[in-house]
Design a protein around this ligand. Structure first.
Ligand code: BTN
Length: 262
């Protein structure tokens, strides 16, 4: 285990404890180790740097100092059928938290956070979990946000595809305040999902969605799909209409926009 800098209590029902580290391989990995070691759920892991972090579809995730690299370990009261909404709800919560710092973002299914004015990626989400036949043991919501970083901290290849809040707005954000705001937003969203279903979360997603109406290619573990995005389903799937006017629902995948003229 890496050296723990601080263990502290925060005002949160969802994840009341927080473990802070200087450098870890991946906050999702440390979260998994802590679940085993402490036999507990309901905490946050945060690190200043990660050296072996994972992104979607097995990609590496560069995490230099200045970003928010965190994993929330929770056991939400949701139905199995609602699991696909977790990345959606998390992305909406992060966008709302960034709004409070006047950082305007758009969302790309299932979990990309983009800067509104140039559609460059500033963050993503990696949800992992332990689910048995009968119950949801826990979820790890891994969140990576390029915040106070400069682009020269990233590899040359990545610099062309991403950006950071600092590069776009020339201002630095208090990472602790941002994390606290994200946790509160997620708490509210899970409560809203539990009490009244997915409708209002999907409404909020659609207000910030960047791909509905566009022609896209989606790479999934089962193969490639091409079509027009027509909706996000009530359980968080991407709804595509292909050239034969057939509707395909996709649970996961990487979206590449083909035609930006909606
Ligand atoms: C993506 O590919 O868009 C998802 C990236 C998720 C990265 C975060 S950083 C904190 C947590 N730890 C990891 O190893 N991954 C996630």
């Amino acid at each position: 285990m890496p050296d723990l800098i601080k263990k502290t209590i925060i005002r949160s029902d969802l994840c009341p404890r927080i473990y802070m580290y200087d450098t870890v391989d991946s906050t999702n990995n440390v979260a998994t180790q802590l679940i085993e070691e402490k036999n507990q759920i309901g905490f946050v892991v945060v690190a200043k740097k990660q050296y072996a972090a994972s992104g979607q579809a097995g990609r590496d995730w560069e995490s230099p100092k200045g970003g928010l690299w965190t994993s929330l370990v929770i056991q939400p009261q949701i139905k199995f059928s609602q699991l696909g909404l977790v990345p959606i709800l998390s992305a909406v919560g992060i966008a709302k938290a960034l709004d409070t710092f006047k950082i305007k973002t758009l969302l790309k299914w299932p979990n990309d956070i983009l800067i509104k004015h140039n559609l460059k990626k500033i963050g993503g989400i990696l949800v992992e979990g332990k689910i048995t036949q009968f119950s949801l043991n826990y979820l790890i919501i891994g969140i990576g946000l390029n915040i106070n970083n400069t682009l020269d901290q990233y590899s040359k290849l990545l610099r062309e595809q991403i950006t950071t809040v600092y590069e776009e707005f020339s201002k630095k954000i208090d990472l602790n305040c941002l994390l606290q705001e994200i946790i509160h937003q997620l708490e509210d969203s899970f409560e809203c999902l539990r009490l009244s279903g997915s409708q209002s979360i999907l409404k909020e997603w659609k207000e910030k969605d960047n791909i509905i109406g566009m022609k896209v290619i989606v790479q999934t573990p089962e193969g490639e799909y091409q079509g027009k995005v027509v909706d996000i389903s009530p359980n968080g799937q991407l709804v595509l209409e292909n050239s034969g006017s057939n509707i395909v629902n996709l649970s996961t995948g990487t979206v590449f926009i083909q035609d930006i003229n909606k």
